[in-house]
Design a protein around this ligand. Sequence first.
Ligand SMILES: CC(C)(COP(=O)(O)OP(=O)(O)OC[C@H]1O[C@@H](n2cnc3c(N)ncnc32)[C@H](O)[C@@H]1OP(=O)(O)O)[C@@H](O)C(=O)NCCC(=O)NCCS
Length: 275
Amino acid sequence: MVHIRPGLRGDHQQVRSFCENTFHWGDYIPEVYMDWVTSDQGRVLVAELGQAVVGLVHVDMPGATEAWLEGMRVHPDFRRRGLAALLTQAALAEARLLGAGVARLAITKENHASHQLAYRTGFGLLGELEEYAVSDREGEARPAVRDDLETMAHLARTKSWLPGRPVLVGAGWRWWEASHRGLEKLLDREMLWTNGRAWAVLDYLEFEDDEIVILSPTGDESAIVALVGGMLSQAGGGKSRARVVVSARQKVAPPHWEGPSEWEHIYERWLDEES
Ligand SMILES: CC(C)(COP(=O)(O)OP(=O)(O)OC[C@H]1O[C@@H](n2cnc3c(N)ncnc32)[C@H](O)[C@@H]1OP(=O)(O)O)[C@@H](O)C(=O)NCCC(=O)NCCS
């Protein structure tokens, strides 16, 4: 009999034991698990079969009404028994308790099982993110200040790749709506840059030593190109490349940007009384 319950500190070793080799490069879960269970911003749920922990998922709340699901894992010996579907249902119920009206998650393109799982549990594809490598340093950019918020929120709505609502902003693998409040959160972390006509997030993710990561550039193409060049020269600290993540629907593709290559797909599910 499967039992879904909150994850505990004491589950760490069991979680580590079945997560160590999830992907060809290993897994990040063993490193973040203790932070997740001790944080009061989200919840870890685990699936227990007998006395053994055989699955987990983390529900985070990047916005007051927006949930982010991540870290879905099922022990390799217990897959295709409906555990991930059960964990998703429980995570959505938890998200509602935490005040969410919508839940989102991201899946890399080649993770076929997870795309199926997302559709199976009522999520719809929201956007396909792509990345470009940019080494051009021409352009202007400066850290955004509070007075920029109004203009940035306006651009988030009018230049949105999502019909009828603001773009999503990303930071540290999570995405949420670029509402005034959503942007303010990034401003407080000094992650927003602008040139008045476009804005973007300078993420603290580090894939390669010699590059910076820029997410959610928003504005017209020419303004974005100038902003990215400016960010590389101003914020890059001598780094030679920017990794820029855009939505495929934005159709921002200047000839001197190298790419696109696939980043990840974002899914969304609105939460109603049933979820
Ligand atoms: C993805 C994962 C969590 C699925 O866990 P699971 O417990 O086996 O999934 P479930 O049994 O609940 O499957 C629910 C549905 O998901 C889909 N699905 C799950 N595994 C699948 C697979 N290997 N191939 C195709 N579809 C799959 C199916 O639609 C399935 O419904 P069905 O069995 O009725 O056809 C598990 O394979 C895993 O831990 N993978 C490695 C980690 C990972 O990729 N996590 C997600 C990162 S975004």
